[in-house]
Design a protein around this ligand. Structure first.
Ligand code: E4P
Length: 216
């Protein structure tokens, strides 16, 4: 399973990458706005730091404009993946960009039939948003399970990129279901490393060691 970091903050992306935690990056307009920096500069810098796929989202809502923006984004670096919203126009843009050999990631997917259309359009990745679905009282991980099953049934090549992950259990369940990728905020990446019994065990080992050294 591949781990992506969901961020446009160079400091945390670099830290996570240097720790060997990430295989790629996802950004979105909110994350870019939070960075306070020009869009193209941030994407170019991320692409230099992380050799894996880096998703950069188009802002237009019309297919022609999305394609134009996608072509511009793809010129920034060879590892750019053009992120397109799940709309009728978005699917048209995916087909056209795919025909040009450009990788795409369809975002804001909230049900399995949307994901089925995404795969039929030939997208490289699909991003089901689990946390946002949980937020409205629906089961985000159930949607991922259905998408993984449907893609297996028809041997679609589109990779399932589980997005809007809020905690380690989302990631655990995504791994059990066989999702290809999880994109995680830095905080959740750190949480994956942690367990209170690990901390307790280290403390006990250190205390016992220090006691034995004091006696020697
Ligand atoms: C993924 O590509 C999205 O940027 C992200 O996972 C959205 O997460 P959020 O629902 O926590 O904003």
């Amino acid at each position: 399973m591949k781990f992506f970091i969901d961020s446009a903050d160079m400091k945390v992306i670099t830290t996570a990458n240097q720790r060997g935690w990430v295989d790629g990056v996802t950004t979105n307009p909110t994350l870019i706005a939070k960075s306070g920096r020009p869009f193209f500069d941030v994407i170019k810098e991320i692409c230099k730091e992380v050799p894996g796929p880096v998703s950069a989202e188009v802002i237009s809502l019309k297919a022609d404009e999305m394609v134009r923006e996608g072509l511009e984004l793809a010129k920034l670096a060879s590892n750019v993946v053009v992120k397109i919203p799940m709309t009728e126009d978005g699917l048209v843009a995916v087909k056209r960009l795919t025909a040009e050999g450009i990788k795409t990631n369809v975002t804001l997917v909230f049900n399995p039939v949307q994901a089925l259309l995404v795969a039929k359009a030939g997208a490289t990745m699909v991003s089901p948003f689990v946390g946002r679905l949980d937020d409205i009282g629906q089961d985000g991980m159930k949607m991922v399970q259905q998408i993984v099953q449907i893609y297996k049934n028809y041997e679609f090549k589109t990779e399932v990129l589980v997005a809007s992950i809020r905690h380690p259990v989302h990631l655990l369940q995504a791994a059990e279901m066989g999702a290809h990728i999880g994109t995680l905020p830095f905080k959740v990446l750190q949480q994956l490393c942690q367990h209170p019994l690990t901390d307790k065990g280290i403390k006990q080992f250190m205390d016992d060691w220090n006691k034995s050294q004091a006696k020697a």
